[in-house]
Design a protein around this ligand. Sequence first.
Ligand code: PEP
Ligand code: MG
Length: 746
Amino acid sequence: MADTTESESRKLLVRLREAMAGDDAGQARLDKITHLIADSMGTEVCSVYLFRDDETLELCATQGLHTESVHQTRMRIGEGLVGRVAKYGKVVNTPDAPNAKGFRYMPETGEERFSSFLGVPIQRLGEMLGVLVVQSKEAREFSADAVYALEVVAMVIAEMTELGAFVGEGAALSPLHQQAVLIHGISAQEGAAEGHVWLHEPRVIVTNPIADDPQRELERLNDAVEELRVGVDKMLEVSRNGDKEQLQVLEAYRMFANSKGWMRRMEEDIARGLSAEAAVEKEQSQARTRMSQVQDAYLRERLSDLDDLSNRLLRILTGQGANTGAELPDNPILIARNIGPGDLLEYGRSLRGIVLEEGSVGSHAAIVARALAIPLVVNAKRITTEALNGDHIMVDGDQGVVHLRPDDTVVGAFRDKIAMHTKAQERYASIRDKPAVTTDGQRVNMVMNAGLMADLPSLDGSGAEGVGLFRTELQFLVRNQMPKRSELVALYKRVLDAAHGKPVVFRTLDIGSDKVLPYMKPTDEPNPALGWRAIRVGLDKPGVMRMQLQALLRAAEGRPLSIMFPFVAQFEEYRSAKAEVDKTIERERILGHVLPAELKVGAMLETPSLAYAPQKFFEEVAFISIGGNDLKQFFFAADRENERVRRRYDTLNVSFLSFIERIVERCAISGTPLSFCGEDAGRPVEAVCLAAMGIRTLSMRPASIGPVKSLLMRVDLGELRKIISDARHRGDQAVRPAVMEYLRGL
Ligand code: PEP
Ligand code: MG
């Protein structure tokens, strides 16, 4: 169909619709469709390949290839020309297929007789469903017009697949959105939850991909775009004096909403026979495919703006989709591609669990989920395309696994797990107000890590004796602009009020490395974890640090205050930072502000160098907190963010424990209070070993206090220390096996 005209293309779509309206079963429909397409494109072959699973494509219908190969011929994604179309989401158009790069010969199909090959992806909103292929004997390259026509047809097939049109006898296709699905993601917050799907952005179902009357569809599209433009202009008006970043996003929206290219492509799609909503979706699909391939962060953001705009347009056209007004189901489990911390805080504790298709363990949404103690799985591929509102779902935050529409056996096993969790929680609640004293009478101070106001209620709920680490940067990270001093004063005051006299250790701004403030110019560093971060930024650009110190001093309103500086690598850095504190105090005094009754200024020990600082440092510093997450990554030279290496070295490695012991000894000489606030403090086995090495204050996530305390109360630290020491003398690499044996015998 090198000279495919628009009206021919439309005719084909109308014939396709008629084929769909008949009462054929799924396979017969697919067969009919391939026949129609080959006929109308003037090719000998038309084939439909659909995904059987994430990796495998199957020939599901063909006109022109050997019929015996239907449901027999399979290929992996990336394999052969068909596999390439599926892998890259790109058209393959070649006059000489057998000699094209990547060609794979499949004798059972008899395709070697055909020279030219045109394959287009069958995709819906970036979800690859399969590949549509036409082939012919005559060696020719298909015209741009023919490619376009086939893409439009592929779009309709995608919509039909979504609607379950090919399910049925012989089709060997299972219906979408009905069967049980197991998705492996990455755990970002532990815990187990059962509930019902609540889509942050519900799917829009297009029931009429083919237009009856193109003129009418054009009008519908124009009306909808007009409504969209008015809406964007209104939003712009409202935000005119507000947040600069939001304004920029809206400006970009407006640019797209007025983009001639975007409109033109959609109008062409309609002229080819698509309905207005199918045209919007076709362009959106292609933008999503591009989005997954573009590396440039700025371009990706723009494509994501376009995606958002398309969603709005679809909602206007179909009247579907907005969750507003709908009621959250019982035990809602939030499903989203990604979600910002602000939106998540709005849902708050009403959610039982969260599953994100993208997201990452260190994302701000993950930080909020952790603060709210809601099980979170990130990187759950395909979840937004598989799940429908109200679906039964089980989230295993410990394993990073999601069971969508689980079958009875899974439900049974999962509920057992939840029951065990609940039992354990009851046990922890019973010891909540008891001190953590080991069987040999050692008292361990249990404090918690926090960073958001939402964390503070956990102080009472968990039985924490204070806040050992308040990560102040979270307040900076969840905003779009630098917070003002007055806002910080109010916030820190609320934190201290909520602590009801329990001690709170505020850590000054720890940015850089993985924590990049959205409103700060990013620095291009070859190795950010070893770069300009934390106290290094604070000392080089003291403006923000001074503002924060002032805010902390004022918020204390005469109450005792503890401040610590992150990432101190040498004595001099601590001294300089402490000098800033002293200067700020002096200024506050002159300004007539009340000063804290007592001020302790400490340092985080996160680089091995500080452990070997002059003894004078240990004498001068008010307290030391070991930031185990960073310390461990530098001790073993293993990036804490790198999945490949981050679990390679055991915290219970003899070298690391000996190093901790050395720090304990040095602090003991000068009587410097010492705590440990990395993630390991919240892991029961690691925590008891740290206690055995002499650490007497452990700061952890609130949810870990129960399990850690429960184990501490059952161990004899003297005995444990002997076990560790014996393992060390034996030359064991890690003390874990010996420690586990002891713990099992308790
Ligand atoms: C640490 O490094 O152990 C720590 C507590 O700080 P963060 O995880 O915020 O870097
Ligand atoms: Mg750190």
